[in-house]
Design a protein around this ligand. Structure first.
Ligand code: MG
Length: 334
């Protein structure tokens, strides 16, 4: 079943955080982007979302808008039959991953509708057809005071979370250590704790800090050192016991291949918005899995349309670990 594009609209949105969200990359107070609405000749509507985030190799909001404007004209009357057609139509947008994510998602959602499939099933059918009926998720704790982090952790455990991700990599490592320690002593040893340094440490600092954190039973550390320092990441991986996850290091398939080749990570964090869409993220997942690495899908703290898509992607992949999809409650969506 094919469909033909009738019209494309995009509208800006801005969502505030309930509380400013602090990471080693800075403080986030709101998320901004565009909702994309693509209508086909049968009057079906597919929704997509574009929301560039600083620090992940994405374009600016102004650049996103320019691409959305351009493609909202050039894609009219295009006929789409399958996922390859969508990839082909958007091949030119690789340098603006967030805009590409939004257009691609609206088109994939339309394709799924035209085939009466969920997005997860549509993706899975391009491989083995298997969709998981459960996706476990972690909750995230920002770089906040230890006692607040412990209270937040307890709240999440009460809500049913079994995996917590804690932001570290602030100016003051002793406060990072106390934050993780406070959470571990609050939740006991059955709960998984992973940490994210968002590139904050030098290689020597990462090795020293992770060695000090190891007794707290850390599942893995995301991006301990600079994204492009793959040799450094490999050294961190070899020199202490906590597994290393590549996040900011992987913004496209070429970078993923470099991470694999340099043995810089045990786990790959896949952010569909940063990778330029669900389809690239889906390809990336299988590249990583085939190389023997684990993958984890996370949002970039987006609105509901992109979050839903990241969830469907996770459901279409054989992922053992919790994914970073529970970020909706951080934003005021009314
Ligand atoms: Mg991260």
């Amino acid at each position: 079943m094919s469909f033909t594009i009738q019209s494309i609209l995009f509208k800006p949105y801005r969502l505030a955080f309930y509380e400013p969200f602090r990471t080693a990359l800075g403080i986030l107070s709101h998320r901004e982007g565009f909702v994309i609405e693509i209508r086909d000749r049968q009057n079906r509507i597919g929704l997509g979302e574009t929301a560039p985030l600083d620090g992940f190799g994405m374009e600016s909001l102004v650049e996103s808008e320019a691409i959305l404007r351009q493609f909202s004209k050039s894609l009219i009357n295009a006929e789409i039959e399958n996922l390859c057609d969508i990839e082909e139509l958007l091949r030119e947008c690789d340098r603006t991953p967030a805009a590409k994510h939004g257009l691609e998602l609206a088109l994939i959602n339309l394709l799924a509708q035209s085939q009466n499939l969920s997005l997860a099933q549509l993706l899975a059918n391009s491989v083995n057809g298997i969709v998981r009926d459960q996706v476990s998720m972690n909750a995230v704790i920002g770089a906040i005071a230890p006692e607040l982090a412990a209270a937040k952790a307890q709240e999440y455990i009460t809500q049913g979370y079994r995996c917590l991700k804690i932001k570290v990599g602030t100016q003051d490592f002793s406060s990072d250590l106390r934050r993780v320690e406070a959470v571990r002593s609050q939740v006991g040893h059955d709960i998984q704790i992973r940490i994210d340094a968002n590139q904050a440490w030098s290689v020597a600092e990462a090795i020293a800090n992770l060695t000090k954190l190891a007794f707290l039973q850390i599942e893995y550390v995301e991006q301990p050192v600079a994204a492009l320092d793959l040799t450094g990441m490999a050294a961190v991986r070899r020199s202490q016991s906590i597994p290393v996850a590549a996040d900011e290091s992987v913004n496209n398939l070429t970078q993923l291949q470099q991470v694999i080749t340099s043995q810089a990570a045990d786990i790959i964090i896949l952010k569909p918005m940063a990778l330029g869409g669900i389809l690239t993220a889906h390809h990336a997942a299988f590249m990583a899995l085939q190389a023997g690495l684990d993958v984890v899908v996370t949002t970039t703290i987006d609105g509901a349309i992109a979050r839903q898509a990241a969830f469907e992607l996770a459901a279409a992949l054989p992922i053992k670990r919790a994914c970073g999809l529970a970020t909706g409650h951080l934003l005021i969506e009314k």
